[in-house]
Design a protein around this ligand. Structure first.
Ligand SMILES: N[C@@H](CCC(=O)N[C@@H](CS)C(=O)NCC(=O)O)C(=O)O
Length: 385
């Protein structure tokens, strides 16, 4: 490599004599053992090693620049008129930047292979990751990750020990909202860090941010990703599943299966949620009728669940996520209605308990007793108590 970067012959000889003449001995019981010559030359910590490291990394920079000049590697720009950059290097932390296409990924692979073939070291695939911006779809990510030989990641993690804030996620929500909970479960399933902002819905004191981000419905949940807002829990969950698609898939990839799970999620919204609300907000005969309809609706869901552990089959999926927040109302509904859901819908209760064994669910769902108090307050406000 020293020849390849055109160092003068006498300097190369000097460096190589330092590298190859190194000897080591071990201190043992107060004395030194016999000298030996490490086959790989100098060790980490040797005064010469940082200089050699800088020369090597500079060579990698040269290889990268050559490819950028030949237009085989299109670097990334910080803004439309901003400077283009292809790499960030500090010590052994290396970040390469390129437009997400086949040519660029092939070039990166060639550059890394050239670098490592000359240095005699290979890239650690286990320690390397590909990070893609949200506009790169799932298929393309997979294709490009295959070319690079690295797995893709939704987070760049830390650079020089400092977390890289590449995607800002903010959630406007209300602690017990069955709609907001869907989004929080999806974020937990995907392991996404986000800023949670509680809205004061009880006093109808919505924040200016909520009114600006959801001017149509003025409702939570609203997810703001890199400054861009989106509304409606089921829309948000699908967005999360598409953008952070390398972990815990929520919707199936088959179009027909996707249509099916969307149907059942819609059923939860239009039927299960509505009938649960009816139970919570009625009394007397109306309540009795609502209870009956409630159990009938859950019976339909039990039919869809069949013998599967989850609506998603073997895995917790989109329909499970859509429905499980309503489980937080069960204690209130049972107490109010004076009946046990489990007595008639044991499959649903078993399913809910199964979901509750997942950390992402238990850590997200509020305590049923707290929800009980809140729903009781609602009933009082409605003049039902
Ligand atoms: N269909 C919407 C429903 C959202 C919704 O009803 N949010 C309620 C809280 S649970 C809300 O913001 N209510 C305030 C209001 O109606 O002013 C979704 O799925 O996100």
């Amino acid at each position: 490599m020293l020849i390849r970067i055109n160092l003068p012959r006498n300097l190369i000889d000097l460096i190589m004599s330092c590298v190859s003449s190194v000897s080591t001995s071990i201190l043992f019981n107060g004395g030194t053992l016999e000298l030996f010559f490490p086959s790989k030359g100098i060790r980490q910590g040797d005064p010469l090693s940082p200089y050699l490291f800088i020369i090597c990394m500079d060579f990698l920079g040269q290889l990268t620049e050559e490819k950028c000049n030949d237009n085989q590697w299109v670097p990334v720009k910080s803004s439309k008129s901003g400077p283009a950059f292809s790499h960030l290097k500090f010590a052994n932390d290396l970040v390469l930047f390129a437009k997400a296409n086949d040519t660029n990924c092939h070039t990166i692979k060639i550059v890394l292979n050239t670098f490592y073939s000359i240095l005699g070291q290979s890239v650690s695939e286990a320690k390397s990751r590909g990070f893609f911006l949200p506009n790169v779809d799932r298929d393309k990510r997979e294709l490009l990750s295959d070319i690079l030989g690295f797995r893709s990641t939704p987070s760049l993690g830390k650079y020089l020990g400092i977390p890289i804030k590449h995607a800002e996620v903010i959630l406007l929500d209300f602690w017990s909202s069955v709609f907001g909970l869907r989004v929080r479960i999806a974020l937990a399933e995907k392991g996404i860090k986000y800023e949670y902002k509680e809205e004061d819905l009880m006093n109808d004191n919505k924040s200016p941010l909520l009114l600006e981000m959801n001017p149509i419905h003025k409702k939570i949940p609203v997810l703001i990703h890199n400054g861009k807002p989106m509304c409606e829990s089921l829309v948000i969950v699908q967005y999360i599943d598409e953008v952070w698609n390398d972990k815990s898939p929520l919707l199936p990839s088959d179009p027909y299966q996707r249509a099916q799970v969307r149907f059942w999620a819609d059923f939860v919204d239009t039927k299960v949620y509505q009938v649960s609300k009816k139970v919570c907000t009625t009394k007397g005969e109306e309540l009795e009728a609502a209870k009956k309809e409630f159990l009938e609706t859950y019976k339909i869901l039990e039919g869809e669940l069949g013998d599967k552990p989850y609506f998603g089959g073997e895995r917790f999926g989109y329909v499970d996520l859509t429905l499980i927040p309503l489980y937080t109302w069960f204690y209130f509904i049972e107490t109010l209605g004076g009946f046990k859901i489990e007595a008639q819908c044991s499959k649903i209760v078993a399913w809910a308990k199964r979901c509750m064994q997942k950390e992402t669910i238990t850590k997200t769902l509020p305590d049923q007793k707290k929800v009980y108090e809140l729903l009781g307050q609602f009933r009082k406000r409605l003049g039902l108590e």
